[in-house]
Write a protein that binds this ligand. Structure first.
Ligand code: GUN
Ligand code: FE
Length: 455
């Protein structure tokens, strides 16, 4: 497969979820990609010009399926070395005992370089073409993460973590002051915006107060002011679990979402991780602000104490995408996140206590989502959350895509009939559940192949 599709066209079988709950299979589609990696035209069979366009296009290997690239809204890049481990403690103890000591090691930029290179390469190979990263409080290591994303061609948002609260953060891993955290955040924003390899802003900064408990009010206010001044969006955590939710209510006398808003920390395109304990008012406020929830079902299972009411949030107009939450979530593939998002919504609907009669085990009513919606959240839904034109095969969208090879010998994705003969919703459901890293023959961002990397 050619490493660069810019200025050319491909033809093959494409499958996407362009709207929530809607799937479209496009057999023999021809996708023309402009010189900068945007989709110029999508020809469907029967359209005028389809046959001529198809003759000029590169044919994708027989049996392969083109999917939109995956958008992971919440990743703690420095936590990759503890992925899949150390989940035996509640959040506040997990931070103090495992996570802060690990993150403190990124004062060593060479260590950061080693971890971040491996992470970005692994995520691209797993189909994450857009990634929203927390880094650490270290300016140099955070800039290194942005540089690595730029070099590897991943679309990314990168945030220098800000955390200055002397009672909530350990001495060994804390910003010296609110001013220091704000100055560091500004320096990283400037670095990313001025990077000579980043003229199209494929990699962007994000303002990143870790969460309200770890920040002083002075820092929260200063970062809100910085967001207003620079137009940079914000990522943080809110209403993740009982401890943090109650801590913010006691300290600020309002929910995390309401408090972030009064500090100016919910500009459009912002991403709030978790929200398991959000009220309907919180969700309505997020919808109004055009800020999104990163739904992270894996880490919610360990830290949330509750299941995020996904369908209620969608019903209230909240933009929702999915987050792996590496390493509060133990799995790096966003398809694994989508799988648990489906299962968690089903359990929310069914309830959990077999001692109660069916129908009385949950007070959430209809809470399930279908596989097409889960896939939408992992692709176009995540793109909408970030205000990015990604996740669909349509003119004006970036060509960020995965080429799935169902027949890859190392995979377990057995299709028993050709894709063209399968109901598109069933096919997408099967791909969502069965696609392994080995089935991802190539990942593309802006029309360039980013995995596997050319030798
Ligand atoms: N809240 C504050 N920091 C973190 C973190 O690193 N992971 C998760 N899941 N929640 C947090
Ligand atoms: Fe997180």
């Amino acid at each position: 497969m050619t490493p660069d599709l810019r200025g050319s066209a491909v033809t093959g079988f494409a499958l996407h979820a362009p709207e929530r709950g809607k799937v479209e299979a496009i057999p023999e589609t021809v996708i023309e990609i402009d010189d900068l990696g945007a989709i110029a035209t999508v020809h469907r069979p029967g359209d005028p010009g389809h046959a001529a366009a198809q003759r000029a296009a590169l044919t994708l290997p027989a049996g392969t399926i083109l999917l939109p690239g995956l958008v992971d809204l919440h990743i703690h890049a420095p936590q990759y070395p503890q992925l899949g481990t150390a989940l035996d403690l509640p959040l506040e103890e997990w931070l103090e005992n495992y996570t802060f000591p690990l993150e403190a090691r990124y004062a060593d930029t060479e260590f950061a370089d080693r971890v971040y290179r491996a992470l970005v390469a692994d995520l691209l190979a797993c189909g994450t073409t857009t990634a929203v990263y927390y880094a650490t409080i270290h300016d140099a290591a955070t800039c290194r993460l942005a540089d690595i994303c730029i070099e590897a061609g991943q679309r990314a948002f990168v945030g220098r973590v800000a955390m200055d609260h002397p009672e909530m953060c350990p001495d060994h891993y804390r910003d010296a002051s609110a001013e220091a955290a704000i100055a560091g955040t500004r320096a990283v924003i400037d670095h990313i915006r001025a990077h000579p390899g980043n003229p199209g802003a494929r990699v962007r900064p994000m303002i990143t107060p870790r969460f309200i408990p770890s920040c002083t009010d002075e820092l929260l206010a200063g970062l809100g002011e910085l967001a207003r001044e620079t137009g940079v969006a914000v990522q943080t955590h809110a209403s993740e679990g009982d401890w943090e939710h109650a801590h913010v209510l006691a300290r600020h006398g309002m929910t995390g979402t309401a408090s972030l808003d009064r500090f100016g920390l919910l500009p459009p395109g912002s991403v709030i991780a978790h929200g398991c304990h959000m009220s309907a008012e919180d969700m309505t406020l997020l919808a109004r602000r055009e800020a999104a929830v990163a739904h992270c079902p894996w880490s919610n299972a360990y830290f949330g104490g509750a299941v995020f009411p996904l369908r209620r949030a969608l019903g209230l107009g909240v933009r929702v995408g999915l987050g792996s939450d590496i390493s509060g979530g133990p799995l790096a593939s966003l398809l694994d996140t989508a799988r648990l998002a489906l299962a968690a919504a089903r359990m929310l609907e069914a309830g959990t206590d077999a001692g109660l009669p069916p129908g009385e085990r949950s007070r959430h009513g209809a809470a399930r989502i279908d596989a097409v919606t889960a896939f939408f959240l992992a692709t176009a839904g995540g793109g909408e959350a970030l205000g990015l034109p990604v996740g669909r095969f349509a003119p004006g969208q970036r060509f960020d895509a995965l080429l799935v090879d169902p027949a890859a010998p190392q995979g377990m994705l057995r299709l028993w009939e050709p894709p063209e003969a399968t109901d598109p919703a069933r096919l997408l459901e099967r791909l969502l559940h069965g696609t392994a890293r080995a089935n991802i023959a190539a990942s593309f961002v802006d029309g360039r192949r980013v995995a596997p990397v050319a030798a």
